[in-house]
Design a protein around this ligand. Structure first.
Ligand code: NAP
Length: 286
C-alpha cells in the first residue's frame, strides 16, 4: 500500500505543493501520493485525529493553520519550537509512548537556502528591513536572528502584530538590534535607504502590480517571497533601479525539498521540483 502526504489550508486550490511532491515521488520511484485538502479552522482538530493512519507519510500546513497546528501536534522540533509556526508535520512511529505527530518548520530552511544558493548571500551581518509580520515573516525573522543579522526592522501595516513578532523572537539573538514599526512610520524612508536587504513578506503584489514600498528609496538587495507572478512588479521596478533582486520560487522549492527529505530520507530532486512548479505556474497564468 502506498503512503500519502497532504497539504492543508484554506484556500488551497492553487497550492503548488502537490505538483512539486508528486513530481519528486515519481522521479525517485517512491510509492506515495500527495494531495491538497481544504480545511476550515473549526475542522482542524478533528482532521488531525482522523489522519493518524498507518499510510500517513506526513503533511504540510499553510495559511491560516500554521500556528494552530503547532498546538495540535504531539511535539515540536527544530525551528517550529521558537517560531511557534508549523509548516511540516512528520510521523514518529518508533516513540516508546506510541505513534506521535511532530511539527517542524522548513520555511526558515527554504528562505536561507534560496538566499545562499541563488544569490550567494548570507543573513549574517545584514541590516534587514522585513516587510510583513505574518507566518512567512515570522520564519524569515527567525532565520535572520539565528544567522546573526546586525539589524532587523519589522515593518507591518498592523504595528501591533509587528511588535508582537519582535517581542516573541528577539531573544533568539540579543546581539541583533530589533525594532518594530508601522508601514506608515516616517522612519521607514530612512530604513529603506540604509537596509542592506529588504524582504517583502506581505501579500502585496500577489496577483497584482501593487508594491509594498517605493523601490526608488532602496539601496540594498531586494527579496520578494511572493511568487505569483514569478517576477513581481516590486522586483521588476527594483531591477529598473539597478538593485539586485531575488524572487520567491527558490524559497518555495527549498522548503518543500526539506519536508520531502524529512519524510522520505531521500535527497530531494530539486531541479525536477523546480521545473514542475515553473510549468504549473506558467499554465495557471494562462
Ligand atoms: P499571512 O500570515 O496572512 O500575512 C500576510 C501579511 O501581509 C501581513 O503582514 C499583512 O499585514 C500583510 N498585508 C496583507 N495585505 C496588505 C496590504 N494591503 N498592505 C500591506 N500589508 C498587507 O501570510 P503569509 O503566510 O505570511 O504569506 C505572505 C506572503 O508570502 C504570501 O503572498 C505568500 O504567498 C508568500 N509566501 C511565500 C513563500 C515562499 O516559499 N516563497 C512561503 C510562505 C509565504 P497585516 O498584519 O497588517 O494584516
Amino acid at each position: 500500500m502506498g503512503q500519502v502526504a497532504y497539504v492543508i489550508g484554506q484556500p488551497i486550490a492553487h497550492s503548488l505543493s502537490p505538483t512539486m511532491h508528486n513530481a519528486a515521488f515519481a522521479a525517485l520511484g517512491i510509492d506515495a501520493r500527495y494531495e491538497a485538502i481544504e480545511i476550515a479552522a473549526v475542522d482542524l482538530s478533528r482532521w488531525i485525529q482522523s489522519i493518524r493512519r498507518p499510510d500517513l507519510l506526513g503533511f504540510n500546513v499553510t495559511v491560516p493553520h500554521k500556528e494552530a497546528v503547532a498546538r495540535e501536534v504531539d511535539r515540536l522540533e527544530g525551528d517550529a519550537q521558537e517560531t511557534g509556526a508549523v509548516n511540516t508535520v512528520m510521523v514518529d512511529r518508533e516513540s516508546s509512548s506510541g505513534w506521535k505527530l511532530i511539527g517542524t518548520n522548513t520555511d526558515t530552511i527554504g528562505f536561507r537556502r534560496s538566499l545562499i544558493e541563488e544569490a550567494g548571500v548570507s543573513l549574517q551581518g545584514q541590516r534587514i528591513l522585513l516587510l510583513g509580520a505574518g507566518g512567512a515573516a515570522r520564519a524569515i525573522a527567525y532565520a535572520a536572528l539565528k544567522d546573526g543579522a546586525a539589524d532587523l526592522v519589522v515593518a507591518n501595516r498592523d504595528e501591533t502584530r509587528a511588535r508582537r513578532l519582535v517581542k516573541q523572537l528577539f531573544r533568539v539573538n540579543t546581539s541583533t538590534q530589533t525594532r518594530a514599526i508601522a508601514m506608515t512610520d516616517p522612519s521607514l524612508a530612512e530604513e529603506l535607504a540604509t537596509a542592506t536587504l529588504v524582504v517583502n513578506a506581505t501579500t502585496v503584489g500577489l496577483g497584482t502590480d501593487e508594491m509594498p514600498v517605493d523601490p526608488a528609496r532602496i539601496t540594498g538587495m531586494v527579496v520578494d517571497i511572493v511568487y505569483r507572478p514569478l517576477k513581481t512588479a516590486f522586483l521588476r521596478a527594483a531591477e529598473e533601479h539597478g538593485l539586485r533582486v531575488l524572487g520567491g520560487l527558490g524559497m518555495l522549492v527549498y522548503q518543500a525539498a526539506a519536508a520531502f527529505e524529512l519524510w522520505t530520507g531521500a535527497t530531494a530532486p530539486i531541479d525536477i521540483m523546480r521545473n514542475a512548479t515553473e510549468r504549473a505556474l506558467a499554465s495557471q497564468d494562462r
